[in-house]
Design a binder for this molecule. Structure first.
Ligand SMILES: [Zn+2]
Length: 161
C-alpha cells in the first residue's frame, strides 16, 4: 500500500466524521431558530422611531430598543405567520412576556396600523398550513441579515448579527 493511498484514505474518513455535524447545525429546527433571531432583530429595528425610541404596539409606552421584544399577534406556533412582517411589531417586554391580556390592545392597534381587511387576511393566513423548505429558510435568513445591516447603520443602533 502506498503512502499516498493511506493519506487519502485518512482524509476521506475525517470528512465523513465531519459531515453529520454540519448537518445538525443546518437542520430545520436550527434554521428556524436562526431565522427567529434575525427576524426579531429586523422587526425591532424597523419599529425604531426617528427619535431612537420604540412604541409598544400593545400598551403604547415608549421604550428603549433594548427593552422591546418582537411581539407576534398570532403566536409563533402558527408557522404561516411566524415570519410575517404584518403579524409582528415591537412590543415591550412587560406586555409580551407577562401580560395575559395584551392581545386585546394589540388587536385594536394592529387593526389601526394595517386596516381591517389586511387584519382579516392575516387571520386566514395564520390558520393555513405552511411548510418551509430549508432553502427557503436560508434565503429568508440572508434577506433579513441584509435588512438588519441596513437598518442598523441607518438608525445608528448597534446589533450583534
Ligand atoms: Zn407594552
Amino acid at each position: 500500500m502506498s503512502l499516498y493511498y493511506i493519506k487519502k484514505n485518512k482524509k476521506s474518513s475525517q470528512k465523513e466524521n465531519k459531515e453529520p455535524k454540519t448537518k445538525v447545525s443546518n437542520s430545520k429546527p436550527n434554521l428556524v431558530k436562526k431565522l427567529d433571531r434575525i427576524f426579531a432583530l429586523y422587526i425591532r429595528l424597523r419599529d425604531v422611531m426617528p427619535n431612537g425610541y420604540v412604541r409598544c404596539i400593545s400598551c403604547g409606552q415608549i421604550k428603549r430598543f433594548e427593552d422591546v421584544d418582537c411581539g407576534h399577534f398570532h403566536s409563533r406556533r402558527h408557522m404561516a405567520t411566524r415570519f410575517s412582517e404584518e403579524n409582528c411589531s415591537a412590543e415591550c417586554k412587560g406586555c409580551n412576556r407577562f401580560s395575559a391580556d395584551h392581545l386585546i390592545d394589540y388587536q385594536k392597534n394592529l387593526i389601526q396600523k394595517i386596516g381591517k381587511q389586511r387584519f382579516d387576511l392575516l387571520n386566514v393566513k395564520a390558520h393555513s398550513t405552511c411548510h418551509y423548505l430549508d432553502s427557503e429558510l436560508e434565503a429568508m435568513i440572508d434577506h433579513y441579515k441584509n435588512e438588519v445591516r441596513k437598518l442598523s447603520s441607518l438608525k445608528g443602533i448597534k446589533v450583534k448579527l
